[in-house]
Write a protein that binds this ligand. Structure first.
Ligand SMILES: O=C(CO)[C@H](O)[C@H](O)COP(=O)(O)O
Length: 228
């Protein structure tokens, strides 16, 4: 995953997207270090009297939102006006997500929002998507999905935890295969190929889902509006 962006750039992007949050909104709260800046900015606005409800996309974003004093709701009970989330790579409006293994819940919340704002720093921009695609899988399907990923041209690697022996286990109790397809020339076809594999819970290709990209730098933010 690309982790090179400066914190100032991430902060600029996160705070720019948080400015789109209006009184009365239900806001999808993304996962990762860039989305965390948006959550903190929303928390400061709540402190100052903004009336919003957040729908977290992970244990991590739930915890941060609680610490920031943002009231929370379950997706079952609300409809999301605006989602703000990070990305591991952005190319032509399509995304690869899941560096934090949260892409299954992120996709549900982001895809169900009226508007989805992506927050990123310039290290995430690419001509074509090419970082490995995280694929969340049921544990019993590890080897069958790995073989099927190879059959569609990928090289799957089980994601291992950094601070414990064994694999990363997602918030949903599943495993993650990081699947390298090289430079992806048809993200939509790959997305449907991966979605069709038995045992795949969700993959990290987000094709044509974003409405705006807020690209932060240390000197300011560029906002790109996408036509879907
Ligand atoms: O998809 C994600 C988590 O599953 C994150 O949004 C993505 O990894 C970007 O994280 P960061 O802003 O820390 O670079």
């Amino acid at each position: 995953m690309k982790q090179g962006g400066s914190d100032a750039a991430k902060q600029a992007a996160g705070e720019s997207a948080a400015e789109a949050v209006e009184d009365g909104m239900v806001v999808g709260l993304g996962t990762g270090s860039t989305a965390a800046h948006a959550i903190r900015a929303i928390g400061r606005a709540v402190d100052a009297g903004l009336d919003v409800v957040g729908v977290p996309t992970s244990f991590q974003s739930r915890q941060l939102a609680r610490d920031c004093g943002i009231p929370l709701a379950d997706l079952d009970d609300v409809s999301v006006d605006l989602a703000i989330d990070g990305a591991d790579e952005v190319a032509d409006g399509d995304l690869i997500k899941g560096g934090g293994a949260a892409h299954a819940r992120e996709k549900i919340v982001d895809a169900n929002a009226d508007r989805f704002l992506v927050v990123a720093d310039p290290t995430k921009e690419a001509e074509r998507l090419s970082v490995p695609v995280p694929v969340e899988i049921l544990p019993m399907a590890r080897s069958t999905v790995a073989t099927a990923v190879e059959d569609v041209g990928g090289n799957p690697v089980l994601r291992r935890a950094e601070r414990k022996d064994g694999p990363v286990v997602t918030d949903n109790g599943n495993l993650v295969l990081d699947c390298d397809f090289g430079s992806i020339d048809d993200p939509a076809t790959l997305a449907s190929d991966l979605a069709a594999l038995p045992g795949v819970v969700e993959h990290g290709l987000f094709v044509d889902t974003a409405d705006e990209i807020h690209l932060g730098t240390a000197d300011g933010v560029t906002v790109r509006t996408l036509s879907k």
